[in-house]
Structures are given as C-alpha cells and as structure tokens.
Design a protein around this ligand. Sequence first.
Ligand code: SF4
Length: 380
Amino acid sequence: MCDQKSIYIHIPFCVKKCVYCDFFSRTDLSLIPIYIHCLQKEIEKKPGAKENINTIYFGGGTPSLLSIRDVARILQTIGQRFKVSRDVEITFEVNPGTIDFDYLAELKKTGINRLSIGVQSFNDDKLKFLGRIHTAEQAEQTVEDAWAAGFNNISMDFIYGLPFETHAIWIQDLEKAIRMAPSHLSCYMLTIEPGTPLGEKCEKGLVNPLGSSVLSAMFKKTATLLSHNKYEHYEISNFSNAGQNRSRHNSNYWNMTPYYGFGPAAHSYDGKIRSWNLKNLETYIKDLDSGMLPVKGQEILTCEQEMMEMIMLRLRTLEGLDIHIFQARFQVSFKDFFKDVLAVILDQDLGRFKGNCFALTLEGKIRLDSIVEGFAKKIL
Ligand code: SF4
C-alpha cells in the first residue's frame, strides 16, 4: 500500500448559494469560529499512525472566507498530527468575490502553494445566471493578484454548457483563459442537480438545458482548443499547462491513494474502507464538542466495488487503466474478463490499448457513463 496520503479539508461556508450547486455548505458565517475549533479537534482525534501526507486540499464551500489566522491554525494542527512531506502540495480554493491582493499575499506565507480560483466565466451574463457573487472583472483581478502575490501554481475553474450558452460565448471564455496562461485549467460541463434551484427550474420547464449533441461538441472543442495551446488533457475535465503542474491531490484520487477527509460530509478512504462524516453542521459541532468523531458510516469495499472504482477512475485519465496493476490487484486478466465489453469499445474506436494501458479516446470520454455501465453489467 502507498505510504503517502492526502488530506481534504472541507470549509462548508458560502456567502450565498449558487443556483447549480449541491455541495454541502451553509451561509451563516457566524459559525466559522466554532467550526474551526471543531475541525482542529477532529484532526487531532483521528486514529492511526503518523502517516506521510503529500497533498492537502482546502475545498468547499468557500475556504477563502477563512481568516489567515484560521488557515495557519489548521495547517499547524495537521503538522502536529501528521508527518507532512517537505514537497507537499497545498491547494486552496478561492472565490474571487471574497479576497484581495493583501489576503493572497498573506495566504502565501502560510505555506499554501497552489491556488484553485473559481473563475467559472469571464462573461457577466453567465456569472449572473449561475448566481456567483463576483463579476468577470473581479475574477480577472484575482488571477492577476495571485500571480503578483507570488503564486506560481494557479488553476482556474470554468463552467460551460449553460442553457443559453453558444459555442462563441464558451470559446471567448477559453481564449481569454489561455491568454492568461494559468498552470492548470478545470473545465466542467454544467450538470443540473436535482434539488438545486436550477434543477427545480428545469423540472418546471422554465429553463431548457442544452442537448447532448451540443454539449458533446463543446467538450470536443474544449479538448482540441486547449491541446493546440499546449494544455495536456490529463483527465476528462482537467488540463495542465505543457504537461506540468497536474493536480497531485486529484491525481491521488484517480490513483486510488488513501485520503483523510475532515469536516461535515467529508469522505475518507484507507485503501479498503471508505467512511463518511455527517452532512450536518450542528451535529458535527455537537459530536466533536462531546468528544466523539462525527463519522456517519463506513463500508468495506468488496472486490467488485474496488474493481468498478478502478475502472471508473482510471478511464477518466489520459493514461487510462494499467492492466498489469489490475491483474495484480484482482488476480483477474482485464483483457480476458472483459473480452466482450472491450470488443465493442475497440470496434467503435472508443478506447485503445497503448502498451500496458487501456484508455478511452476523446469520443469514448464523451460516452464515459455508458462505457462504465457496460463494465458494471459484467462485474455486478
Ligand atoms: S461558491 Fe462554490 S460551494 Fe459555494 S455555493 Fe457556489 S459553487 Fe457551491
């Protein structure tokens, strides 16, 4: 088993909920101080040895709502409880509507060495539709401030495929992003989640999502335009500038490396057992105040679940699934076991073998869900 682990810190607070978002977060910011106190307790109480940590990720919610002092405190608690590698990657998500240059300059001093900026778009109509709290100008300023503050590993997040979005609108966003030359780009297709305000509007027929053929064409255009501009398409939604600065934290997930998740609704995985915390802030605080860990449940992954997990995660990546690793882990030949499924995929050129690895083509990535379903039918 890998002796390096990752840590995910969930910061479940937002100034305002965006209409498409189903992440667990709250808008009552007065709870932040008590939350930080409980988060530190959870980190301190986590059982286990003093493992090596090579990536830490502050996600949310909105981590940039924390004071610099709170960020430093959390990192200090992690440093006391775990053995943090010298070359640790520490990512921090920032929302352009919450910070300025001074904040970023101070943040840099805490040891944060990678920023993930939630730009989402440089188009104010898109930002307004999504319910973001910032303008395009603020997003641009944040990226400039981040460079000026000395960050040299900067990722920008974008969302595309909004109901009214044309190719031209999306390409404008992408071209502007390319001109700003971030180290990394994450481009997510808008998903309409049930239970969100956007999901409800769609259900009532007030908003019509784009059709799958338009979305597929946008996905392909994203991949080709970014590839032509030297961004390596190393995972379905992720691109690294000149093949440098892939997200090490997310790559750990796609490699099934164990991780600890702290905060309400956070998940942990030790290589065999997956556990998850309560998705309730009050109960999270109450449990930790009374000396209990806020774990809601856990499951030992069956061999079939692990197999599915490996297929689902690895087929998202550029390198794909290593059939030798698969065989060593499950004592089954990937080629033999999935002979029929693979025949269909290969016949339609949706996937290819390259050396020891099986990876999807661009066309295959568009049809990832149905391909994974084909493997699932064989396994489960
Ligand atoms: S800021 Fe991020 S986490 Fe918060 S509501 Fe918007 S998308 Fe969700």
